[in-house]
Design a protein around this ligand. Sequence first.
Ligand SMILES: [Zn+2]
Length: 239
Amino acid sequence: MKQNRAFFFFGAVFLSCTLLFSAVFRVCLQQLETEIPTNGSSIRDSPVIILDAGHGGEDGGATGTNGVLEKDLNLTVTNTLAALLRLSGYTVVETRTEDKLLYTEGTKKGHKKQSDLENRLFFTTQYEQCLLISIHMNTFPDTFCQGAQVWFSPNHPTSRELGERIQNRITNLVQQDNHRRIKEATSGIYILRHAQVPAVLIECGFLSTPSDCERLCTPEYQKKLVLAIFDAIVKKTEL
Ligand SMILES: [Zn+2]
């Protein structure tokens, strides 16, 4: 009888200790998870990144001095950036991955461009937390213009901050001779004027300037640009 009682007593003590230990262990683990955010958790909490390759299909955008079409370069740069961001764990949505405009089927002639822009903008209303980066190439009658120019949306304070970071990273890492400053979007940039989320448009360089056009067509230069933009986005979303 005595032996049985001792057995139950030690059994109860052992069980209590085990439960207590596992409870303490669980609390400690929770503490660690909340106090030390890992890279994984910062990426998980970061906004959906909407990448928008400008133009497409019947709208080629600007034509380069060597005949390259803006719509094709936009898509190449956007695809590379999307792949890099996805590899790093970010959620990326591309407005287009093919050579086409995004107007709604059945849209009448003369209204296709507007429909296309509205459908691109629609992406920004589909996620609780997102930011938009639109990729374009510039053109200008003066053939000496070169370098990237970033435009930002006036509707969200983070747009300017993100735009400044991208412009600075491109200048520091790729185009040391670029002294351009970011600009607030004019009414001509529909997607930035209407986006209510952080939104920027990057004119990566001038297709109207032979030297700029040539380097924009080079995969090495495209990758450098992408890396600079990627670096700016990653630093921004970590804030
Ligand atoms: Zn364009």
